[in-house]
Write a protein that binds this ligand. Structure first.
Ligand SMILES: *Cc1c(COP(=O)(O)O)cnc(C)c1O
Length: 411
């Protein structure tokens, strides 16, 4: 008998892995209305607090007035509004690349690009903690995929030697990594990866979804901060996180983006994103992210990260007694993503529920988003959190970590 949908859901429930949607009744901001209550939101990727800002709302309305609502067709048919071309010029200038290509999401950019540039016989070498969009693109491409343990450049070096021995001369070898890892908030050793890329004559794709807008000069990302942009062949980013809007992009050579226009199926066979969003995103990149206003927001975000991680009480190390598996808390904050590793899936759900009772929204992140047994609370900070909110969360994390108080609150 074929398995049933309901049976599969029951199995997920049993394993504490079932997910449910939460309805939010307010714009995306640190103070959310949900389930008839106000919750302080520590789970958004809206790091600079732009998503619900009056400024972006006005830009988007202006974009609709100028460009209309829908785009009518795929970019290749008749959907390329001038606003899309202007956005791509703005992204290329921002990233310091020859060219850029916008996609309807970062997910579409990742899947479309990997399937376009890699095929059977090519070799993809990917960090173990890379995002699902990169994994899906790699699998769909038909290329040989080898995964190296997280940030282990010694293992990457071995794989590169193996790849050179096993790939035909005309085959591509592509290293794929994130710069800031989405669920751990740590950084890739980009300088060493770039060195290996050159030594082994490979290509390098870097997903900066959680670095763009936040790190580097003018928010250009980690590669820019390290002066390594020129050694990254394929820059991936999203407009949906720090930039507060929606959409994804690839930046690189003109030949790369021209090839993607011809080959990336998520670009070709999907209606163009609304030109109004492209119009607004162009302004966001040029006038907000890369400007003094962006610098001020990044400074506020850094101050909030400092507040949350300041010594005295480290919420991460107070995460609770039993944290099996890779329990290492996030070390000195490297980004705005500050996971508190719990371990068990049910324990993470319980901790999240306790925080919610205290008025904080910090969902449990579980398998398959992270490895089994490494479930966590993924705390993300925004430039628009207040000091009081951050202290409140620290307090709630500390009291939830103390077993006697937990027993009391969870009755
Ligand atoms: C969010 C994310 C993406 C996908 O971007 P969207 O614009 O949300 O589709 C890709 N890579 C990483 C690392 C991400 O965190």
């Amino acid at each position: 008998m074929a398995r049933t949908f309901a049976g599969e859901l029951a199995a997920l429930e049993q394993a504490a892995l079932r997910r449910r949607l939460r309805i939010v009744d307010s714009p995306q901001q640190p103070r959310l209305q949900s389930g008839g209550r106000q919750l302080i939101n520590f789970s958004s990727n809206d790091y600079l607090g732009l998503a619900a800002s009056a400024e972006l709302s006005a830009l988007l309305k202006d974009g609709v007035d100028r460009c209309g609502a829908g785009s009518g067709a795929s970019r290749l048919v008749c959907g390329t509004h001038r606003a899309h071309a202007q956005l791509e010029d703005a992204i290329a200038a921002f990233k310091g690349t020859e060219s850029a290509l916008a996609f309807s999401s970062g997910y579409a950019a990742a899947v479309g690009t990997l399937t376009a540039i890699a095929e059977k016989g090519d070799i993809l070498l990917m960090d173990k903690l890379c995002h699902a969009s990169l994994i899906d693109g790699a699998r769909l491409s038909g290329a040989t995929l080898r995964v190296f343990p997280h940030n282990r450049t010694d293992r990457l070096a071995e794989l590169l030697v193996w790849a050179r021995e096993n790939a035909a001369a005309d085959r591509r070898i592509i290293i794929v990594t994130e710069s800031v890892f989405s669920m751990d908030g740590d950084l890739a050793p980009l300088a060493e990866i770039v060195r290996l890329r050159h030594e082994h004559d490979a290509l390098l794709m870097v997903d900066e979804a959680h670095a763009v807008g936040i790190m580097g000069p003018g928010g250009r990302g980690l590669a820019a901060e390290l002066g390594l942009s020129g050694s990254v062949d394929i820059h991936l980013g999203t407009l949906s996180k720090a930039l507060g809007l929606h959409g994804g992009y690839i930046a690189g050579s003109r030949a790369l983006t021209d090839l993607l226009v011809n080959r990336a199926r998520s670009f070709i066979y999907s209606t163009a994103p609304p030109p109004s969003v492209a119009w607004a995103a162009t302004r966001v990149v040029q006038d907000i992210i890369a400007s003094a206003q962006g610098d001020a927001a990044r400074a506020r975000l850094q101050e909030n990260i400092r507040l949350f991680t300041a010594p005295g009480t480290d919420p991460a190390t107070n995460a609770g007694p039993a944290a099996p598996g890779p329990a290492a808390p996030s070390p000195a904050a490297q980004s705005a993503i500050l996971p508190v590793i719990i371990g068990g899936e049910q324990a993470a759900l319980d901790r999240s529920a306790a925080l919610e009772r205290a008025g904080f929204l910090v969902p449990a992140i579980r398998f398959p988003t992270v490895a089994k047994g490494s479930a966590r609370l993924r705390v993300t900070l925004s430039a628009t959190h207040t000091a009081e909110e951050i202290r409140g969360l620290r307090g709630a994390l500390e009291s939830a970590a103390s077993p006697e108080r937990r027993a009391r609150t969870e009755r």
